[in-house]
Design a protein around this ligand. Structure first.
Ligand code: MN
Length: 251
């Protein structure tokens, strides 16, 4: 039996106050790992780190960039930090930007979720809205919990580009998404194409077509797939792509 594909899952740090003292934890929502398991892969959680990143990536067959706090706006040339921008972590930014770049250059299958789509866009030269409610006229409510909608339920429909990678992965253009973000892509990086928009025009999915599998979405499918099985499809596509023989790096 061949080994199932090994999928790297990025994580963040969190401070945890315990009765015995305060400790820093590596933290990531468990659903990312269970989704990779459900899709037939082996989840491997990675803490942010600085060294031996190529050696690290050589150990895995695919990469999942997860949700989390905001990217430092200095990464996309914005000097002023919006009051709503929170929990910037430069080590995690540096780590994930390096991994995203590695995955693109080495044709490593890549799925990016929420913060992940923002990392991919900024790593390739794009920019972000730091706060949709303040900076995007006519924005829908993209933080559904403020309207009392459970996280595993959809909050808005998507306008999906026909024949996009996203449409291929989901097997159609009828997709409803949950919405748990206050930032989004502003200027799209030149190498990316938009695969889906929210009804208000906010970019919700992009892909990179000079690559075996590079898909990025703004919604949290890892919180939806157990209740809405269609949302397991991107994890399955990632694992399937990761199971193929690795390709030579991009020249
Ligand atoms: Mn949304």
């Amino acid at each position: 039996m061949t080994t199932p594909p090994r999928i790297a899952i990025t994580a963040g740090f969190a401070i945890d106050h315990q009765p015995y003292g305060t400790v820093q934890r590596v933290r990531v929502t468990a659903n990312y790992a269970s989704a990779i398991t459900a899709a037939g892969g082996i989840p491997i959680i990675l803490p942010p780190q600085k060294h031996h990143l190529a050696a690290l990536m050589e150990m895995v067959d695919g990469l999942l960039l997860t949700g989390g706090a905001d990217i430092n706006p200095a990464r996309y040339g914005t000097e002023s930090v919006h009051a709503a921008t929170y929990d910037v972590d430069d080590l995690r930014d540096t780590f994930e930007f390096s991994l995203a770049t590695y995955a693109l250059e080495h044709r490593l299958p890549l799925l990016c979720i929420c913060r992940g789509i923002q990392v991919l866009n900024v790593a390739l030269g794009g920019t972000l809205y730091q706060d949709l409610p303040d900076q995007y006229a006519g924005a829908l409510q993209h933080r559904q919990h403020l309207d009392g909608i459970p996280t595993d339920m959809p909050a808005h429909r998507l306008d999906v580009r026909p024949n996009s990678l996203l449409a291929e992965v989901y097997g159609g253009t009828e997709i409803d998404a949950n919405s748990l973000h206050h930032q989004a892509i502003k200027d799209l990086a030149g190498d990316l194409v938009v695969d889906a928009w929210a009804p208000d025009g906010v970019i919700e999915a992009v892909s990179y077509d000079r690559h075996p599998f590079a898909l990025a979405v703004q919604w949290h499918l890892e919180l939806m797939y157990e209740r809405h099985a269609a949302h397991l499809a991107p994890f399955k596509s990632l694992v399937t792509a990761a199971a193929r023989a690795p390709l030579a790096p991009m020249s």
